[in-house]
Design a protein around this ligand. Structure first.
Ligand SMILES: [Zn+2]
Ligand SMILES: [Zn+2]
Length: 331
């Protein structure tokens, strides 16, 4: 049986850059090296731990009256922008090419996804393409099955797939897995501006909160809710796709890994938790293809298409989906 989930197809341009740039002058999509340095690990720990601490403090802070409607609206708006930047931008567009975007949209999606503070776009895409190339096998940067089955190996594996893998020193080879992005000077520029975009993503809510309420307290609470808490929720929702959706969920489609569809994560993840379909048909612009499966990212892509900003959208084809149903094979 052949299951045609060949993500390699879309990334197979290795060594193409050597024709354009001499090896030692190749552009990097990130400021760091091929191996992460200590300062990067420390900064990463800060960006994982501090927003999480904010979530732990959220209930007493809200109880103490330090939560206004301005904070709620700002948090939702920034969650939407950075979340769509990840799901529609980094994932469906940059990683899998499920549609073509005009240049302003391409750059806007790169910036919006960077605002999720999940790493520079080129690194994110390289890691995720590698995940598809090796899903749940040796070489997958974040498989929860890395340590095997059983309670303790699974506990370790879930932690690794959720957040532990981020601290791996070895980095995915961007030249091998994202040569198309490295060949685009605008995208390399956005990728290398990651630190500045991170600062903007955290400080913009504070500035807006301060201006709207004309108070320092408004700036502080907006920073807390629309900056820190928003980032923490988005981080853990994204990472749950890597951890939870490769252990739990339904498998209506054939994929060569253990990806599952997890319904309760669909709204928060903007449709990304229909992860079994996604691994079965990685380039499809819609992941929630079955009746009742909500997929807000697909709706956004449809709007971009109607506005004329996106074209050649790879909407899933019913006959291909039918061929990939797991029950169709058993019948
Ligand atoms: Zn996956
Ligand atoms: Zn993917």
């Amino acid at each position: 049986m052949t299951i045609s989930t060949s993500p390699e197809r879309s990334i197979a341009v290795p060594n193409a850059l050597e024709d354009i740039y001499p090896t030692d002058e190749s552009p990097r999509g990130t400021l760091g090296d091929d191996r992460k340095k200590t300062w990067e690990q420390v900064a990463l720990f800060g960006f994982v731990a501090v927003p999480l601490l904010a979530v732990l403090a959220a209930v007493p802070v809200a109880w103490g009256g330090w939560l206004s409607w301005t904070d709620v609206v700002l948090a939702l708006v920034f969650y939407l922008i950075s979340g769509v930047g990840i799901t529609v931008g980094f994932h469906r567009y940059f990683t899998h090419g499920s549609f073509k975007a005009n240049r302003p949209l391409r750059i806007a999606l790169a910036v919006a996804g960077s605002m999720a503070i999940e790493g520079p776009v080129v690194r994110w895409v390289a890691d995720h393409r590698k995940h598809h190339a090796f899903s749940d096998r040796d070489g997958d940067p974040h498989s929860p099955w890395r340590y095997g089955e059983g309670l303790w190996p699974m506990t370790k594996g879930l932690f690794h797939a959720h957040v532990g893998w981020l601290f791996d020193v070895e980095q995915t080879d961007q030249r091998k897995f994202a040569p198309d992005l490295l060949a685009d000077a605008d995208i390399v520029r956005v990728s290398r501006a990651f630190i500045g975009i991170t600062a903007f993503s955290l400080l913009a809510p504070a500035v807006l909160g301060g201006l709207i309420t004309w108070s320092w307290q408004g700036a502080l609470t907006a920073f807390f809710w629309a900056g820190l808490v928003r980032i923490a929720v988005l981080h853990h929702v994204t990472w749950s796709i890597n951890s939870i959706c490769h252990v739990y969920g339904k498998h209506p489609f054939l994929s060569r890994d253990r990806s599952g569809n997890v319904a309760w994560l669909a709204v928060l993840s903007f449709g990304e938790s229909w992860h079994n379909l996604h691994h079965a048909e990685p380039t499809a612009a819609r992941h929630g293809v079955l009746e009742g499966q909500i997929d807000p990212s697909a709706r956004v892509i449809r709007w971009f298409e109607q506005l004329g900003w996106a074209r050649d959208v790879r909407w899933p084809k019913p006959e291909r989906l039918a061929a990939k149903r797991s029950d169709a094979v058993r019948a």
